[in-house]
Design a protein around this ligand. Structure first.
Ligand SMILES: C[S@@+](CC[C@H](N)C(=O)[O-])C[C@H]1O[C@@H](n2cnc3c(N)ncnc32)[C@H](O)[C@@H]1O
Length: 289
């Protein structure tokens, strides 16, 4: 007798629970939906449906990967982020919902009717999530997306093509702002840099500590090494200001770093859960518009 959708879902949820997967039902539904190529709701409506041996093999392959705590977005290959659907390749940070706070903060500073064009640098672009979500929502934005990791840049390029933003985006490899030629204007620098203290990485959940690339996480001994370097460089290049994502306990220190770098009107913003998430600062002498 063949196995049904309902039975495989029940076994998957039980196995994920045993393996410590944080949201076993949700993940089981996403994976069944991907393997069977049906919407998630249909998974719940087709419990009695018997599975073919090919379908069962496809489900087992995906479920085995998640059981090893590989990030769900890598297995599905996609993730919705703010206003965009992104490809998420292996070896690149899976964009977090918390990071949408950074996008929202940037959109507030970039009204739809702002004079064109506005030059934005997204440092440490990963999948391209932050910069591409902003560029998709603001037609005046010209984006430089930079990263050290070739895997990240390849992922960003795929997303630039997917979102049809090629005419407004340059994808550049290198340290922080250095790949952006010195004679090119930059109005705003946005970044979700690595900010986890080196010693805290091992204690994070396996999806992060085992699978995600260390270069995307490790912010040095106190987590703020890259933020410090970037604040200095942003202060000397950004004509309008700097926005940076932080850990929930890094607001005060980061605000001090931005002030010392020369930014004014420094603010610490909170995410939807009420935790410190983003610090913003304005450049001293805004460019003439
Ligand atoms: C926390 S991830 C953020 C990825 C993406 N922006 C997001 O929010 O989902 C940090 C990214 O910074 C990149 N990175 C680390 N050090 C860097 C450096 N010195 N210069 C440029 N990018 C760097 C990593 O490769 C990684 O893609």
């Amino acid at each position: 007798m063949s196995v049904t959708v309902g039975e495989i879902r029940r076994k998957t949820v039980a196995w994920f629970t045993e393996r410590g997967v944080p949201t076993p039902e949700i993940d089981a539904d996403w994976l069944l939906s991907a393997a069977l190529k049906i919407p998630r709701l249909q998974v719940l409506l087709q419990f009695e449906r018997p599975l073919s041996s090919e379908e069962l093999a496809r489900i087992r392959a995906l479920v085995a990967r998640r059981g090893k705590r590989e990030p769900l977005a890598w297995i599905l290959g996609e993730r919705g982020f703010h206003n965009v659907e992104l490809y998420v390749d292996a070896d690149v940070l899976d964009p977090r919902p918390d990071t949408e706070t950074l996008v929202e903060a940037a959109l507030e500073l970039l009204p739809l009717d702002a004079p064109e064009p506005v030059y934005l640098a997204d440092v440490g672009c990963g999948t391209g999530a932050v910069g591409l979500a902003i560029a998709a929502a603001r037609p005046q934005v010209r984006l430089y997306a930079t990263d050290l990791s070739e895997a990240a840049l390849e992922n960003t390029r795929r997303n630039v093509a997917r979102l049809d933003l090629g005419a407004r985006v340059a994808v550049l490899r290198g340290d922080l702002l250095s790949p952006i030629p010195a004679d090119r204007p930059i109005d705003w620098v946005v970044s979700n840099p690595p900010y986890i203290p080196s010693g805290a990485i091992e204690a994070l959940m396996p999806e992060v500590s085992t699978w995600e690339p260390r270069v995307a996480l490790d912010g040095g001994p106190d987590g703020l090494q890259i933020v410090r370097r970037l604040a200095d460089r942003a202060a000397s290049r950004a004509r309008r200001g700097f926005l940076v994502e932080i850990g929930h306990d890094q607001g005060e220190q980061t605000a001090k770093i931005l002030r010392q770098a020369g930014f004014e009107g420094v603010r610490v913003l909170r995410d939807l859960a009420g935790r410190q998430r983003v610090v913003t600062g304005l450049s001293r002498s805004p460019s003439a518009e």
